[in-house]
Ligand binder design. Structure first.
Ligand code: AMP
Length: 189
């Protein structure tokens, strides 16, 4: 099983690179942000709860996210592996992911840290907000999300270094060039 955690700040290119990785390695994709946006669109109870957090740039509580993740993971049949996009975002989520995979005889294969400077993230997210109309891609909410990333999510880099899974990737440059670097890292496993 090839289980990839694609990691990085909002706007670092996780979604774009995930699509290519899925195509190249034939694995399943879990984007927790996409799951939550679908719930909001469908007007579910979970969607209503999630909307308040998302619009405010805050994280959804860990217990809720961990349950969602496990149920999506277990819905895949004959899976060759999974790319986790937007999860984990806290140490508690990383620990829960490790346990969930261990209970199923698996582990994270690699954590790919897409590293992009903050001024570039701002430019990309403001552009994305204009193009796609994502409600949380406005300047005020972006700033909050970057604070949340720096305080709650970024410490996961050291967590994955200790777990021996960390791989730094320069997230600046062409989409193709970054993808080539990712493929090299995955293929050297
Ligand atoms: P994303 O599309 O990954 O940027 O996620 C958009 C928003 O969904 C985030 O700002 C959070 O409010 C929420 N979200 C997505 N994934 C998670 C997660 N793993 N834990 C908590 N909140 C999440």
């Amino acid at each position: 099983m090839l289980n990839i955690v694609i990691f990085g700040a909002p706007g670092s290119g996780k979604g774009t690179q995930s699509e290519r990785i899925v195509e190249k390695f034939g694995i399943n994709h879990i984007s927790t942000g996409d799951v939550l946006r679908a719930e909001i669109k469908n007007g579910t109870e979970l969607g209503k709860t999630a909307k308040g957090y998302i619009d405010n740039g805050q994280l959804i509580p860990d217990e809720l996210m961990i349950d969602i993740l496990a149920s999506v993971f277990d819905s895949f049949e004959d899976s060759k592996g999974v790319i986790f996009d937007g999860f984990p975002r806290t140490i508690a989520q990383a620990e829960a992911l490790k346990k969930m995979l261990k209970d199923r005889g698996q582990d994270v294969s690699i954590m790919i840290d897409l590293d992009v400077p903050e001024d570039e993230l701002m430019v990309r997210l403001i552009k994305r907000g204009k193009d796609s109309g994502r409600a949380d891609d406005n300047e005020e909410t972006i700033k909050k999300r970057l604070v949340v990333y720096n305080t709650q999510t970024s410490p996961l880099k050291d967590w994955y270094k200790e777990d021996g899974k960390y791989q730094h990737i320069n997230g600046l440059g062409s989409v193709d060039g970054i993808f080539t670097d990712i493929v090299k890292a995955v293929e050297s496993l």
